[in-house]
Design a protein around this ligand. Structure first.
Ligand code: FE2
Length: 481
């Protein structure tokens, strides 16, 4: 297949070639004057075409930001200038191939290109971007988006494969990270305070290399993931990457104390599955003097054959082909009994990319907003087709979409100025309008999706479909953490 035929390099996925800014944007409706801050989204935008097969996860990280101030909006985009992208620019060609092709054996320091294309957060005055396979954490200026180098609290962070979905606690300003790699102990957890000091760093040993994507954070614990989907160890030793799903092995969650590095890590078992994203986690009283850790997220649903038996190969194929068949789900890890309870919160709506009100991270939250996952008839054609809103207290949900010709991006919750309630604010997200062939930003009322967009802001250039986003309110920008 020619690269020009690759779905995730064409249409709404096609990379842009320039870094630009626009101060005057066309608006349908009115931008709320109580929406102040920056919406920033990361995503793949390759600079140089590499030989071999391309995967959507391969492109160089690019930040796209929309700044909201007193009813006006500005847009800017910028590549994350990683060490590897800089090397490629100096060579004027691609020096690494994508994840479907072999690693570089001559570069033990960086066998794959750390693209920093996956996630973005606000930490200690900077936007920080991360990569899902683990690498350096890059800092960018929140206003100019220019890359300011790597986060290096101390020597323990240099060379550590820090994963995307490491978190920032908005209440304490801490950066809570997990890292994973191919050598023992295979996983690590740590925290950096908002002055840049590494305050916790410990091994989280697993039986072999694993592929965690996210973690949960409560007020006192981090919950790290060991799903029975990982690289085949024999293939890995031969230098190949072959995913295997081990349906006979449980999912394991490590409950790691956030602050006491001498307190033991507790492991909990659950049904085998795989999950990219956590919605939230918190601690609850179990009614018998114990603590139960609750974690919500969107795991994949297990495909089954005609006899009802799980089909691990189909499970792998679903993940490899970027097809999402997910549920909204809950695990309860009881610290008193050591037992896990789990249940689907919703097995009807297929949704992913959950977001919450950032101030509720680690606390019992009532709302979760998620992207609806459309189903394409083509392979490797991920479809983010709308929004869902869950009210966990009432057990209700609401969805919004405008048909199959819209491609949404993760739409974080943005509290309105002087917000009075957990859902008192907006959802802000890029939407590719396939009918008009234009990128827009939709601002939705987070309390009621049925009203439709409060406003639609047109971006004069395409914002290619991408991954994770953050909302940084003007109060946090001004405070610097
Ligand atoms: Fe992710």
């Amino acid at each position: 297949m020619e690269q020009s035929d690759v779905i995730v390099l064409s249409g709404a996925f096609a990379p842009v070639t320039t870094e630009r800014s626009f101060d005057e944007l066309e608006v349908e409706g009115q931008i709320p004057t109580d929406l102040n801050g920056v919406y920033v989204r990361n995503g793949p935008n390759r600079k140089f075409a590499a030989p071999g097969r391309y995967h959507w996860f391969d492109g160089d990280g690019m930040l796209h930001a929309v700044y909201f101030e007193n009813g006006r909006a500005r847009y800017r985009n910028n590549w994350v200038m990683t060490d590897q992208l800089r090397e490629e620019i100096e060579a004027d060609r691609a020096l690494w191939q994508g994840i479907k092709e072999p690693e570089r054996r001559d570069r033990q320091d960086m066998p794959r290109k750390c693209t920093s294309n996956t996630d973005v957060k606000f930490f200690a005055g900077n936007l920080i971007s991360t990569w899902y396979l683990g690498g350096a954490v890059y800092k960018s200026d929140p206003y100019s988006l220019s890359t300011k180098g790597k986060l290096n609290g101390d020597s323990r962070l240099s060379g550590l494969p820090i994963s995307a979905h490491s978190k920032v606690d908005e209440i304490t300003g801490e950066f809570l990270f997990f890292a994973y790699g191919k050598t023992p102990p295979y996983m690590w957890f740590g925290s950096v305070d908002r002055s840049g000091n590494v305050t916790q760093f410990r091994d989280v040993e697993t039986p072999g290399p694993r592929l965690p994507h996210d973690m949960g954070i409560t007020e006192n614990y981090a919950i790290l993931h060991d799903f029975p989907l990982y690289y085949d160890e024999r293939a890995l030793m031969a230098g190949r990457h072959k995913l295997s799903f081990h349906n006979d092995k449980p999912t394991r969650f490590a409950v790691v104390p956030r602050r006491d590095k001498n307190a033991p890590i507790r492991w909990f078992e659950a049904k085998p599955t795989f999950m990219y994203h956590v919605s939230n986690a918190w601690e609850e009283d179990d009614g018998q003097g114990g603590i139960e850790i609750v974690m919500t997220g969107t795991p994949f649903r297990m495909p089954r054959d005609l006899s009802g038996n799980p089909e691990p190969d189909k499970f792998i194929a679903m993940i490899a082909l970027l097809e999402n068949d997910t549920m909204f789900y809950e695990w309860r890890l009881n610290l008193r009994t050591g037992l896990t309870r789990e249940r689907a919160l919703d097995d009807i709506i297929v949704s992913e990319f959950p977001v919450i009100n950032g101030k509720m991270m680690g606390k019992k939250s009532r709302y979760s907003w998620q992207l609806l996952m459309g189903r394409s008839e083509q392979k490797e054609d991920p479809r983010f087709s709308g929004l869902a809103r869950y009210d966990l207290q009432r057990g209700t949900s609401q969805t919004y979409h405008e048909g199959p010709n819209r491609w949404w991006s993760e739409a974080p919750f943005a509290a309105r100025d002087n917000a009075k309630a957990e859902d008192d604010g907006y959802l802000v997200g890029f939407v590719w309008d396939g009918d008009q062939q234009k990128s827009k930003v939709y601002v939705m009322d987070a309390a009621d999706l049925s009203k439709g967009p409060v406003c639609k802001i047109t971006i004069p250039e395409r914002v290619p479909n991408g991954f994770h986003a953050a909302w940084v309110g003007a109060d946090r920008l001004a405070r610097g953490w």
